[in-house]
Design a protein around this ligand. Structure first.
Ligand SMILES: C[S@@+](CC[C@H](N)C(=O)[O-])C[C@H]1O[C@@H](n2cnc3c(N)ncnc32)[C@H](O)[C@@H]1O
Length: 239
């Protein structure tokens, strides 16, 4: 199989999977993370608010949780969310409308690997729990770089792998045994919550992910582990 056809098939699989689980996504997200995802998101948002951006891109926005949190914390920022899965965006649009935020948040269907935006469109880009799903993370981040303005900041929130005993062992048990079981029972989707631990386990974290960001062209890349390394915030800047 050529790399191009592999890329199409992973993109299509991810899109179909998130379209399927969209109605249950928010509930499962907060339930399975025991609400900790909100604390992690808040930490990213705090950093972004400090930068005082005007135009922010939320890549792989899903149901727009990060975009909404930012809009609530920063009264003037405009946010564009982009995602492959229309059904995730539909849930997001409903929340945005109900919160009267549609004048500041717009959601658009699109692929992170070929973003539907002009060069230099945003002064900040963020992506939460999305990069791991790209077929080609470096290509996706090169696209992010392209649509960012000079000195624009890029923030990534992503699962990582705790390595210290006993958390590493507890986490592995929870992630591989409990989470797929509960995820399957609630969402009715056989693969989605098996895919989650598998994709985290296969994905680069810490310094390995920093190397990917640098390969894509970001400067000043650094990371901060959250909750003993269960998740990590990465940041970099366009030169
Ligand atoms: C785990 S969800 C995260 C959603 C949201 N950022 C959040 O924090 O809840 C991953 C999202 O990434 C989207 N996604 C995966 N690959 C993508 C790609 N290549 N382009 C755009 N969106 C993508 C999926 O459709 C899904 O909505």
């Amino acid at each position: 199989m050529s790399s191009n056809s592999e890329q199409i098939s992973k993109t299509k699989r991810v899109e179909a999977m998130f379209n399927d689980i969209a109605p249950k996504y928010d509930f499962l997200n907060h339930f399975l993370s025991l609400g900790i995802d909100r604390i992690w998101r808040r930490k990213v948002i705090r950093k972004i608010v400090n930068d005082e951006p005007t135009d922010v891109l939320d890549i792989a926005t899903g149901t727009a949780d990060l975009a909404i949190m930012l809009a609530k914390k920063h009264a003037t920022v405009r946010i564009t969310g982009v995602d492959l899965a229309e059904n995730m965006l539909a849930v997001g649009r409903k929340k945005v409308d109900e919160l009267n935020l549609s004048n500041r948040i717009s959601l658009k269907q699109g692929d992170s690997l070929s973003l539907p935006f002009e060069n230099d469109s945003f002064d900040c880009a963020m992506v939460a729990f999305g990069v791991r799903n790209y077929e080609n993370p470096v290509k996706g981040m090169e696209e992010t770089l392209r649509v960012l303005r000079s000195h624009g900041k890029f923030y990534v929130l992503e699962f990582s792998k705790p390595r210290r005993f006993p958390l590493a062992q507890l986490y592995r048990f929870y992630f591989r045994a409990i989470l797929p079981l509960v995820g399957r029972m609630v969402s009715g989707h056989k693969q989605a919550y098996t895919y989650l631990p598998e994709s985290v386990s296969a994905f680069s974290d810490g310094n390995d992910f920093i190397l990917l960001m640098e390969k894509a062209g970001f400067l000043g890349c650094k990371f901060k582990k959250l909750s003993f390394g269960i998740a990590t915030i990465y940041e970099g800047v366009k030169g």
